[in-house]
Design a protein around this ligand. Structure first.
Ligand SMILES: Cc1ncc(COP(=O)(O)O)c(C=O)c1O
Length: 370
């Protein structure tokens, strides 16, 4: 590690490749795995992650934006890249230039992207809103959509997909979404011909709704070794890939009755030592974790006290300890026998694990392990 690194990420690419193969095995040979690498591969680094996955045989990648797709193409990723989000119509020439596959969600999208194929029709995936009421063509308006695109040529409707709103928490609604999606696919297939790719499942749905695996699945969480809390469901043997580290840079006492940090939100009941660790919310360590998270030092859990500041946090080192300046501090990941998982931080901060990992900032150096 460089002496000047205040905080850094260690990423285990071997774990991500292992997790990819675990998902492949889980869904079986008839279903292909599309790696969701949006948001810089959930903070793990889209280019190194995609390169490692491509070398392991992955040929399908999903991103949220055209910029994310271009970043992968510039890095030499040759597989199919699907943009899951809305692509501005002005970007049609870039879609052609970079050979990326947009999602289409309206007749206007289709008109704008028609003819943007580099050679022949442009492959697109139709996004169906099966009940989430966010992106996509409403499942009950697929007929009007097909009417509207009837006169538009220059597109190849290669795929059709949807997304669950509450896969982990609402089986009735999720099953209704699958039915809505299937009804829309039946209409679209009649009008536009067969689709090569059908997909609906992100990580939780892969584990819970086998009937919606179709021939393509889109895991993010599972690839990075994370999972939502799914009662009655065995988590496959995926491994977390991300370790967030910093160092102890200042040790000093706090006296009984004194308060720590902005707003004085922690008051010491008795005197003890505190340690300043050089990571803060500007690095992506969430302010939501103020007063609620633990960190690992010398293989032991120590509680974070006071608010997370922009560049630092403070931890309670206790009394009579043998912590030393420069000790490595693990904020996410394992040290010795102890581990802090993204799921734990998400639960303590009242958020979801993607929100913990995807916000890891540009100030953190990323160190990759094969
Ligand atoms: C459309 C779509 N598909 C797949 C995923 C992957 O989700 P997960 O990380 O839960 O597997 C996402 C993530 O937000 C998404 O928006």
């Amino acid at each position: 590690m460089r002496p000047r690194d205040r905080a850094w990420l260690e990423i285990d690419l071997g774990a991500i490749v292992h997790n990819y193969h675990v998902v492949e095995q889980l869904v079986g040979g008839h279903t292909t795995v599309m790696a969701v690498v949006k948001a810089d591969a959930y903070g793990h680094g889209a280019v190194p992650v995609s390169r490692a996955l491509e070398a392991a045989g992955c040929g399908f990648f999903a991103v949220a934006t055209l910029d994310e797709a271009v970043e992968l193409r510039e890095a030499g990723i040759g597989g199919m890249i699907l943009i899951l989000g809305c692509t501005p119509h002005e970007c049609a020439p870039d879609i052609r230039r970079w050979r990326v596959t947009p999602s289409v969600m309206s007749v206007e999208d289709c008109a704008a992207f028609a003819g943007a194929g580099a050679e022949g029709p442009l492959p697109v995936h139709i996004k169906i809103d099966s009940g989430m009421c966010r992106m996509g063509v409403r499942y009950d308006e697929i007929g009007q959509f097909c009417d509207g695109v009837g006169a538009i040529s220059g597109l190849a409707y290669e795929g059709i997909f949807s997304h669950f709103a509450s896969a982990a928490t609402d089986p009735d609604f999720s099953n209704a979404q699958i039915d809505n999606y299937l009804a829309a696919v039946a209409v679209a297939e009649q009008r536009l011909g067969p689709f090569k790719w059908q997909h609906m499942c992100a990580s939780s749905a892969i584990l819970l709704y086998e009937r919606a695996h179709f021939n393509l699945v889109r895991p993010g969480d599972l690839l990075y070794g994370m999972s939502e809390d799914l009662p009655d469901c065995n988590l496959p043997p995926v491994r977390p890939a991300l370790t967030l580290k910093s160092r102890l840079r200042l040790i000093k006492p706090v006296r009984a009755g004194e308060c720590v940090g902005y707003g004085g939100t922690y008051q010491a009941a008795a005197g003890h030592d505190i340690g300043v660790v050089t990571i803060g919310y500007a690095d992506g360590y969430p302010r939501l974790l103020s007063n609620v998270a633990d960190v690992l030092i010398r293989g032991m859990r120590r509680p974070l006290v006071g608010r997370v500041s922009m560049d630092t946090i403070v931890v309670d080192l206790g009394v009579g300890h043998d912590y030393r300046l420069g000790d490595e501090v693990v904020l996410l990941g394992s040290q010795g026998e102890q581990a802090i998982r993204a799921e734990e931080l998400a639960q303590r901060g009242g958020t979801i694990n993607q929100d913990i990992v995807a916000r890891m900032g540009m100030r953190l150096r990323r160190v990759y392990k094969e």
